[in-house]
Design a protein around this ligand. Structure first.
Ligand code: GRF
Length: 219
């Protein structure tokens, strides 16, 4: 089992909540051992405390540069014996040294169907392009931003009169389904990174699994 999970957040932590619930319900056969935030005011810290999970605030503003901040985070993660680092709305760019240290054991969720719309303001950009489907992607983290091997995508329809907020909410609902799924697979030892590809049950994923709102979740 790869069951010791740390979650890194900067904000609301609704994905963290979905992961806490999935651990609590036994859907994920692991434990969130710590939540780390770079901001004191992240509501996710409160969610962690309510769930009885240890929290650390490691302020980027207390460190001289990115490398020093990342070293402080890595020290905490390694002291905890962390198996999996889950980025869930963590709004800091990580150094390549940090990313390399956690290669194959750090995942992120991004609010678009990667490789489309890397970066910020994904919902606004999808709407202004008039796309018909949008969604989220769980991927292994590599040094290049929003570029690592993808595992699973939650898709949603886009309606002509959607506001960015409506679209964001629809995507969020899918994030809360697919992120616990990917974490479960990792903890079960079924999901791994093998070079350029994620593998599930030993089979390379040449493209991510795609799950629509009406689809049941796979085993
Ligand atoms: C999510 O949209 C996620 O895709 C992105 O950051 C947001 C975090 O939301 N990486 P929350 O803090 O989990 O509610």
């Amino acid at each position: 089992m790869n069951g010791r999970i740390a979650v890194l957040i900067s904000g609301s932590g609704s994905n963290l909540q979905a992961l806490l619930d999935a651990c609590n319900d036994g859907v994920i056969p692991g434990r969130i051992i710590r939540v780390i935030s770079n901001r004191d005011d992240a509501f996710g810290l409160e969610r962690a405390r309510r769930a009885g999970v240890s929290t650390s605030t490691i302020r980027h503003t207390d460190h001289s540069d990115r490398a020093a901040f990342d070293a402080a985070v890595a020290e905490r993660l390694d002291a905890d014996g962390t198996d999996l680092v889950v980025l869930a709305g963590f709004m800091r760019i990580l150094t390549s040294g940090f990313v390399s240290h956690y290669t194959g054991r750090m995942i992120n969720i991004h609010p678009s169907l990667l490789p489309d719309y890397r970066g910020l303001n994904t919902h606004e950009r999808a709407l202004s392009d008039g796309v018909q489907r949008h969604g989220c992607t769980v991927h292994f983290v590599v040094p290049e931003l929003d570029a690592g091997p993808a595992v699973v995508q939650g898709t949603v329809p886009v309606y002509p009169d959607d506001t960015p907020q409506q679209l964001q909410q629809r995507v969020h609902a899918q994030e809360h389904r697919v992120y616990p799924l990917a974490v479960r697979w990792f903890v079960q030892g079924r999901l791994a990174l093998d070079g350029e590809h994620a593998t599930l049950d030993g089979v390379p994923l040449h493209s991510p699994l795609r799950i629509a709102p009406e689809d049941p979740l796979p085993e």
